[in-house]
Design a protein around this ligand. Sequence first.
Ligand SMILES: Cc1cc2nc3c(=O)[nH]c(=O)nc-3n(C[C@H](O)[C@H](O)[C@H](O)COP(=O)(O)OP(=O)(O)OC[C@H]3O[C@@H](n4cnc5c(N)ncnc54)[C@H](O)[C@@H]3O)c2cc1C
Length: 436
Amino acid sequence: MQKKQDLNIVWFRNDLRTKDQKSLYEACQQPEPVLGVYCFDPKQYETTKYGFKKTEKYRAKFLIEMVSQLSDNLKSLNISLQVEQDAPAGVFEKLSEKYNIKNVFFQAEWTEEEKQVENAVKSVLKDTQFAEQYNQFLFHPEDVPYDDFSQVPEVYTDFRKKCEKQCEVRDEIPVPEALTRENLQHVNTKIPGLADLGLEDFETDERSAFPFQGGEDAAWKRLKYYFWETKKLQFYKKTRNGLLGTDYSSKFSAWLANGSISAVSIYHEVKKFEKEVKKNQDTYWLIFELIWRDYFKYISLKHGNKIFQLGGISNKEYDWGNSEKAFKQWINGNTPESFVNANMIEIRETGFMSNRGRQNVNSYWAKEWKQDWRIGAAYFEAMLIDYDVHSNWGNWMYNSGVGNDPRDRKFNIKKQAERYDTNGKFQRTWLQESLF
Ligand SMILES: Cc1cc2nc3c(=O)[nH]c(=O)nc-3n(C[C@H](O)[C@H](O)[C@H](O)COP(=O)(O)OP(=O)(O)OC[C@H]3O[C@@H](n4cnc5c(N)ncnc54)[C@H](O)[C@@H]3O)c2cc1C
């Protein structure tokens, strides 16, 4: 029998980049050839019990673009990316018939569904070593001032202050040097289109606040624009509660969620901006928000599956409703509140909604209408281009009264609309005049 070729695999999941990419970097330091693998897992494109897909067309399109750019960027390092439309366990099983897979390098995920997928892969690759990296944080789990995750505080400010004082953000990991041409495996691989994933094609709505493409180069292009070309970072804190247009906030979330750019890279660019252009409250505030992102990751590490449960991490009991009629009204922008409606139409038509909008529609659904907050979170999971399991479920708990908000606030929607959409332009953009 012919001896199988030794191989190391970088299994890409939510780390679709080449810069500050620990798994890729480590794999490239080994003597064996390297192959990248990405799986469009059909499970992610199934219809949920609520009647919509787990991943709707907006994020799916963005992902396709990201994977395609990753494939190009890896090729310049003489690494092939094998892309499959199949469950990872099946893909790895097939690969193991051809190769002797010595090591799989991948980014750690710890939420239930991601862990199940990982365990299924491990069960088919019994003789393989798995090298797991926590490469999605700003403050690395080995550096935070807590011996274990149970010590992570329930109040964000406590977490932020302690980390800022006692923790240093690590340096970026460089893009590895290109491997020799012999490394490039000839893989027969096709990146699926939207139709292959059971989704319809669409044109980007011209009103979209997020008309951007997926991918590592696109993420850096946006950073270059927002920081260096327009220098809008120096006004970030003043504009971040905006509702219309591309530039009221950084719009980094979607690339961050799937790892086309790392929080560490953004942090170092902010520091560079502060040295070369301006350092103020606004530049700091972007880091402040990136620490929120980290915080929700630590909260889910601490509380595990509780973040998906009705009582959340606070185990609070409310009399939650489950009205299909209310749900239809909410998602189609047919509530009595035009500010909620405008935001809900925005997400339906574009896959994006501002942070201000998200807080309001969440509060309205869970606190005004007292409907099961998990239905709203699941709808966001389907629709958002920037869906991130920790940020989404963590924020939903927070605004629904079952998470980390010590003040347990309910938004006064009318007041919010008056304050943030004073002249009604946002509402007019998304609502027909007759409805507004
Ligand atoms: C109900 C609800 C659901 C949300 N779901 C998601 C989600 O699935 N994915 C997601 O990335 N963000 C989510 N957020 C957080 C926030 O709304 C988005 O990160 C932000 O609007 C994205 O736009 P931006 O990149 O321009 O943000 P900016 O204002 O430019 O912020 C910079 C970065 O900081 C991080 N950040 C900012 N605000 C938050 C926050 N409240 N929580 C965590 N991180 C934050 C993001 O990574 C963001 O890209 C949610 C917020 C709410 C209220």
